[in-house]
Design a protein around this ligand. Structure first.
Ligand code: DC
Length: 239
């Protein structure tokens, strides 16, 4: 009995990268435009948890280096880390969000220039360690729903619930166009589908489901159906 308790605690320490965690974590991973962030936000609101969008930190690091150097070929891992150092992840009512030089930078991190260059930054191992530490720090204090690519595999292998969201690439392209309020002509849909597939390729290495993740194909699901499924699974697990 005592031995299993000790090994459980040691396991948690190892899994959490040294941060002891008493809070709950729901990890939602999946490819670009699979609806992770909006779903994670709604699940967090339903459960009274806080949402952490790990992609927002890769985006914030990219925005920070872009402010200093516009030419990505001149970026080094160290220069990106130095630029990212002043970034904070601040808790609001329902989510954490990145702050740079005292200001929220939501609009900047969703812009085209950041989107074009963020995969390059996300390939840098020390930047990944920096993001992972920030996300774990947030989860050490609060119950969280975290979304990204490797939350269930690398960052929280001991998460209470792991979800991997997938959806057909054309469906994801359609959702992206709708999000932007762009009317979906066949041509635009084809172009966006190509862009999404390119991003899938760039991020493929870290976008892998954990062996114990529940995969949900959201192609034919509404947002609220996805949210209900995840909330339902989380209730079952906590019984
Ligand atoms: O989900 P998103 O588009 O906001 O992610 C931005 C970039 O960060 C994208 O290139 C994938 C990468 N990312 C990652 O590699 N690992 C994560 N946990 C989250 C995002």
């Amino acid at each position: 009995m005592r031995r299993s308790l000790v090994s459980a605690i040691l396991g948690r320490l190892a899994a959490g990268g040294g941060v002891t965690r008493r809070s709950s974590v729901i990890a939602i991973d999946g490819p670009a435009a699979s609806g992770k962030s909006s779903t994670a936000q709604m699940v967090a609101e339903k459960l009274g948890f806080l949402h952490v969008d790990s992609g927002s930190l890769y985006r914030a690091a990219t925005a920070a280096i872009l402010r200093l150097e516009k030419d990505p070929s001149r970026w080094s891992e160290q220069s990106v880390l130095d630029a990212a150092r002043p970034l904070e992840l601040r808790a609001a009512r329902t989510s954490f969000y990145p702050i740079l030089e005292g200001r929220a930078i939501e609009e900047e991190i969703r812009g085209q220039e950041v989107t074009r260059n963020v995969s390059r930054v996300a390939q840098m191992p020390r930047v990944r360690e920096w993001v992972n530490a920030k996300v774990r720090e947030a989860a050490a204090a609060k119950n969280v729903v975290v979304d990204g690519r490797d939350m269930g595999t690398v960052v929280f292998p001991d998460a209470d619930l792991k979800i991997f969201l997938v959806a057909d690439s054309r469906e994801r392209a359609l959702r992206r166009l709708r999000q932007r309020g762009t009317p979906a002509s066949e041509q635009l849909l084809d172009d966006e589908t190509i862009r999404i597939k390119e991003r899938d390729e760039r991020d493929a290495k870290q976008t892998v489901p954990a062996p114990d993740a529940v995969t949900i194909d959201t192609t034919g699901l509404t947002q609220s159906e996805q949210v209900e499924q995840i909330v339902g699974l989380s209730m079952q697990r906590s019984r």
